[in-house]
Design a protein around this ligand. Structure first.
Ligand SMILES: N[C@@H](CCC[C@H](N)C(=O)O)C(=O)O
Length: 269
């Protein structure tokens, strides 16, 4: 059986998108990791599946998987890519709720939902002030996935990210954002992503950085977030939802080789 896919990226955060709306996909954790492998697979930061929606008002059910096979409730950059791929203004059904999208002048807007700020919903391991954590004075919130934001040099991401992803304060592990406040309307951000490592951009991490920086009185509610390959416009709106606007691009489409699919071997590096 041949399986076709689309390779896309949003600001360098790259995705394999598998469309299972007409034909159900069966993906094991091992196959997800093999597909995400940049040397022996297609390569990506997240694998994204599309299937028929199960909720009224949704156009498509979208799931996000990290290269280690774990599933995430949210992925901002992939959400823009899916909207661009489907065209029009699809409403995405995700683990973190229904996400309305729209498109104008080549940019994709996604309403990312309401950030969760209470420690149980993030989740954290124990009660604490989520705007001032006892962990490098960071702040935490959930955008449908757990985020820790540290207000310090982006250069620290590679060295501090691996340990902080696994910090016991985050029982489900965490995405770790390193945010430099450049002005009240501009943040420089690098993210160590849970299950993926350093990526060139993280949409939900950009939303979390703005939310956490607003809570600390560091930026305004509308803010540009610049990462390695460009910027996202993020607004924490008055109705509490977070709006993300940015680009999305198709790189190529392809078909997975039948022999590769059936081989099932994970080569030892
Ligand atoms: N790249 C993403 C976030 C992907 C999921 C994350 N690694 C997690 O496990 O929560 C984005 O653009 O938001």
């Amino acid at each position: 059986m041949s399986v076709s896919f689309t390779k896309m990226h949003g600001l360098g955060n790259d995705f394999i998108i598998l469309d299972g709306r007409d034909r159900p996909l069966s993906l094991s954790t091992a196959l997800i990791s093999r597909l995400c492998n940049r040397r022996t697979g297609v390569g990506c930061d997240q694998l994204v599946t599309l299937s028929a929606p199960t909720q009224d008002g949704a156009d498509v059910l979208v799931r996000f998987f990290n290269p280690d096979g774990s599933e995430s409730g949210a992925c901002g950059n992939a959400s823009r890519c899916v909207a661009a791929l489907l065209g029009g203004n699809p409403t995405l059904q995700t683990q973190s709720g229904l996400l309305p999208t729209s498109q104008e002048d080549g940019l994709i807007s996604v309403l990312m939902g309401t950030p969760r700020l209470d420690w149980q919903s993030i989740p954290l391991a124990h009660e604490c002030d989520t705007a001032h954590l006892p962990l490098h004075d960071g702040a935490a919130c959930s955008m449908g996935n757990p985020h820790l934001t540290l207000f310090r040099s982006i250069e620290d991401a590679a060295s501090m990210g691996p340990e902080l992803e696994l910090d016991p304060l985050f029982p489900d592990r965490g995405n770790v954002g390193f945010a430099e406040i450049l002005s009240p309307t501009h943040i420089l951000l690098r993210v160590w992503e849970r299950g993926a490592g350093l990526t060139l951009a993280c949409g939900s991490g950009a939303c979390a950085a703005v939310v956490n920086a607003v809570r600390r009185g560091l930026v305004e509610r509308t803010c540009r977030v610049t990462m390695e390959c460009g910027s996202l416009a993020i607004t924490w709106q008055d109705d509490d939802s977070v709006l993300m606007i940015g680009p999305a691009q198709t790189v190529f489409t392809g078909t997975l080789d039948k022999d590769w699919l059936e081989d099932g071997q994970t080569p030892t590096p």
